[in-house]
Design a protein around this ligand. Sequence first.
Ligand code: UDP
Ligand code: MG
Length: 140
Amino acid sequence: MGSKKTFTMIKPDAVSAGNSGAIIKMIEDHGFVVNAMKLTQLTTVQAGLFYEIHKEKTFYNDLVEYMSGGPIIPMILGKDNAVEDFRALIGSTNPAEAAEGTIRKLFATSISANAIHGSDSNENALIEGNFFFSNLERMK
Ligand code: UDP
Ligand code: MG
C-alpha cells in the first residue's frame, strides 16, 4: 500500500470544453475520494511558480500562458496508492501515447493541452496540494 493522497487539477482546455463533470465522474468511479476541490484561475506568476521545475524547458513560456489562460479545478484526492494509481488513470503526457481508457486518451487534445495534471510523487502531492489549499480547506 502506497500513498494515501494525491493532487490533481483539471486544466483550462478540459474545463472550457465542458469535460469537468465527466472527468470527476471517472476519478470517483476509480475509487478516489475528493477531499478538496475548487474552481480558480492562476495568474501568470502563480502558473510560473507551480511549474518552476520546468523553467529551463522550451515549452515553459507556452505552458505558463496556457495554464493561466482560463479556469482550472484543483483537487486533493484520497485513495490507497493514490499517486501511482492516479498517474495510471490519467495516462501519458502525450495523448497520442496514452493508453485506451485513460483520461488523457479520452479528453486531451495535444501534449500541452492535455486535460489534467497528476502529482508524480508523495512529496510533490503535498507541495502542490498546499499550493492551492489552506489547512482549513483540506478535509482530512
Ligand atoms: N508539456 C508541454 N510540452 C512537452 C511536455 C510537457 O507542453 O513537450 C506540458 C504538459 O501540459 C505537461 C506539463 O507541461 O502536462 C508538465 O510536463 P511533465 O513532463 O511534468 O508532464 P506530466 O507530469 O504532466 O505528465
Ligand atoms: Mg509532471
